[in-house]
Design a protein around this ligand. Structure first.
Ligand SMILES: NC(=O)c1ccc[n+]([C@@H]2O[C@H](COP(=O)([O-])OP(=O)(O)OC[C@H]3O[C@@H](n4cnc5c(N)ncnc54)[C@H](O)[C@@H]3O)[C@@H](O)[C@H]2O)c1
Length: 258
């Protein structure tokens, strides 16, 4: 049984803890970490250092700016780390530098994105282009630094409007809570500088949707997902937590379709 620590018990962390309590073969919830009082499922609420020491696998479900504080002790202790806030890996490059010096394994689940199976498969033979177009209701971008810095009045957007066009690194810095999908695509594919990102605000949509377009010599991938906002946090999609749970199940299931 691997001892699992879940850091950040918000929309995603709560679903992951509930799934672990319901039962995932080979894994048991051993600790949580959150700054707020949370239902403890009979496990302790530990600081990051203690969680890194006492658990075998730590699942990160935190705000992106907190992620480096978790990664340092986990990587230094050589523990397995699952990261859902993938944009933190682009924004804080020291995480991957520390990882290179460690014996840890970092796992990035697909989160709210689909189509990564094809991207992973094509990477071996070369990807020429990778692009992601993300569309959400305007208020889904309410806390984005890019919106603040550019004085964008989200409430005045009455028709579908492109807010941003650039690469995955710039997108992660401007929209850290919104474009983990772009970071994940870039990490799976051709890197943050070459992965193109468009971000659209659409007052007519009720979905958070993401379309990837990936081109290689032998295959053209177009994959689109429309996620309903998670009732517990409209910036998150239910699919993100489910991808963590499916990844855990995939590690131990005897029959796996990838
Ligand atoms: N990869 C993807 O496709 C994808 C999809 C959706 C969300 N995300 C990312 O997943 C992360 C979690 O999302 P969520 O919707 O569960 O967020 P959330 O805001 O619902 O939960 C975050 C939790 O972290 C806790 N927290 C904050 N500071 C802390 C600290 N210093 N120590 C311990 N706990 C702390 C908060 O109290 C809260 O409970 C976010 O970064 C989000 O952007 C990724």
């Amino acid at each position: 049984m691997k001892k699992v620590g879940v850091a950040g018990i918000g929309a995603i962390g709560t679903s992951v803890c509930n799934a672990l309590i319901d039962g995932i073969t080979g894994y048991e919830l051993h600790a949580i970490s959150d700054v707020q009082d949370k239902p403890e499922w009979n496990v302790p609420n530990l600081n990051f250092q203690d969680m890194a020491q006492k658990c075998d696998l730590i699942i990160e479900c935190l705000p992106p700016d907190i992620v480096p504080k978790l990664c340092t002790p986990v990587l230094q202790q050589g523990k397995e780390l699952m990261i859902i806030s993938s944009c933190a890996l682009l924004m804080y490059p020291d995480i991957l530098k520390t990882h290179e010096l460690s014996t840890s394994r970092i796992i990035v689940p697909s989160g709210a994105l689909i189509g990564l199976d094809g991207v992973n498969a094509l990477k071996n033979i070369g990807i020429k282009k990778a692009k992601i177009v993300s569309t959400k209701p305007p208020m889904g971008f309410s806390t984005a630094p890019y919106v603040d810095e550019n004085d964008i009045d989200l409430s005045s957007i009455k028709e579908k409007t492109m807010l941003f066009s650039g690469n995955a690194l710039e997108a992660s810095k401007g929209f850290p809570a919104n474009v983990n999908v772009a970071a994940t695509l870039s990490l799976a594919g051709i890197g943050a500088m070459k992965t193109q990102v468009e971000i659209w605000a659409d007052p007519q949509t009720g979905f958070n949707s993401h379309e990837i377009q990936v081109e290689s010599e032998f295959s053209q991938i177009t994959a689109k997902v429309q996620n309903s906002p998670d009732p517990a946090n409209p910036k998150t999609s239910v699919l993100a937590a489910q991808s963590i749970i499916a990844t855990l199940r995939g590690f131990t299931n005897e029959f796996v379709v990838l």
